[in-house]
Design a protein around this ligand. Structure first.
Ligand SMILES: Cc1cc2nc3c(=O)[nH]c(=O)nc-3n(C[C@H](O)[C@H](O)[C@H](O)COP(=O)(O)O)c2cc1C
Length: 241
C-alpha cells in the first residue's frame, strides 16, 4: 500500500512537472483544474496516469479559449499529442460512421500553408491589401500546433443526416479544446475564410465530401486569458410544460 502511494506521488510530481507549460501559478485555472482532477481521483484509481486525463466538472466550469496569438512553444510533446488525439476522437457518433478525421499542421508546414493561402487569396482577389495577405501568411505561425478537424460527410445517408455528422465532427474539435486544457495547454478553435473555401480545402488535401470544421490552435499559454462574458443560465434555460 505504502509503495503504491509512493508510486502515485512520484507519478504526480513527474507528470505535473512535465505538463508545466502554464507554470506553477496557483491562480492559473488550467493548473488548478488539472491538479484538482488528479487529487479528486487520486485515492480511487489504481493507475494515476490514466485518471489524470479525466475532465473534471471544475475544468468544464473553467473552460475558456486562449487566443491563438497568446499561444507559444512548447506545444504538446509526442506523448501528450497522442493522449490528446485519443481523447479527442471519443465523441458521440451516430451509426459509427466516423465522419471526421484530423490533420496536424506544425513545424515548417505552418509557414508553407500560410504562404500558399496568401497566394490563393491574391489569385482570388488581386486587389487584396498587403495587410490582409500578411494575416494569411501569419495565420498558422503563432501556435506550435494546429489541428485541422475535417468532417467526412456521407451525403444522403439513409438514417443519419448531414447535420449529425457535422455535429459529431464539432465534438471532436471541442474535445481538443477540453483535452488541451486538461493537459495544461491553451487552445482556440478558429475558422476564417480558409475553412470555407474549396480551393483552400484542396490545398489541405481534402476530398470532395470533406469540409474543414475548423483549426484548433494549441500551445503553451504565454499570457493569461481573461474570462469573458458568459450568458446567464436563466436566459437560455426553461422548462417545457
Ligand atoms: C466553429 C467556430 C469557429 C470559430 N471561429 C473563430 C474565428 O475564426 N475567429 C475568432 O476570433 N473566433 C472564432 N471562434 C470563437 C473562438 O473559438 C472562441 O470561442 C472565442 O475566442 C471565445 O472563447 P471561449 O471559447 O472562451 O468562449 C469560433 C468558434 C467556433 C465554435
Amino acid at each position: 500500500m505504502l509503495a503504491q502511494l509512493v508510486r502515485y506521488w512520484r507519478a504526480f510530481a513527474r507528470d505535473t512537472w512535465n505538463a508545466r507549460p502554464i507554470g506553477f501559478d496557483s491562480n492559473d485555472p488550467h493548473f488548478a483544474a488539472r491538479a484538482g482532477s488528479c487529487i479528486a481521483t487520486f485515492p480511487l484509481n489504481s493507475t494515476y496516469a490514466t485518471e489524470r486525463l479525466v475532465t473534471s466538472f471544475d475544468s468544464l466550469n473553467q473552460r475558456r479559449s486562449v487566443p491563438s496569438r497568446q499561444l507559444g512553444e512548447p506545444g504538446p510533446n509526442a506523448t501528450q499529442l497522442n493522449q490528446l488525439l485519443h481523447a479527442a476522437i471519443r465523441v458521440p457518433d451516430h451509426g459509427k460512421l466516423v465522419p471526421w478525421r484530423l490533420l496536424a499542421i506544425r513545424g515548417d508546414a505552418r509557414a508553407r500553408l500560410g504562404k500558399q493561402l496568401a497566394e490563393l487569396h491574391l489569385r482570388k482577389e488581386p486587389d487584396s491589401a498587403p495587410a490582409v495577405l500578411d494575416k494569411d501568411r501569419d495565420r498558422f505561425n503563432v501556435a506550435p500546433l494546429i489541428v485541422a478537424v475535417i468532417a467526412r460527410i456521407e451525403a444522403n445517408h439513409p438514417t443519419i443526416p448531414e447535420q449529425e455528422q457535422l455535429l459529431s465532427a464539432g465534438c471532436v474539435a471541442y474535445n481538443l479544446l477540453l483535452g488541451a486544457q486538461a493537459l495544461g495547454f491553451g487552445a482556440q478553435w478558429l475558422t476564417g475564410w480558409a475553412a470555407y473555401d474549396r480551393d483552400a480545402a484542396n490545398l489541405l488535401g481534402l476530398s470532395q465530401n470533406e469540409r474543414s470544421i475548423g483549426f484548433v490552435h494549441i500551445g503553451h499559454t504565454t499570457e493569461a486569458a481573461p474570462e469573458r462574458h458568459r450568458p446567464a443560465l436563466a436566459d437560455v434555460f426553461s422548462e417545457w410544460h
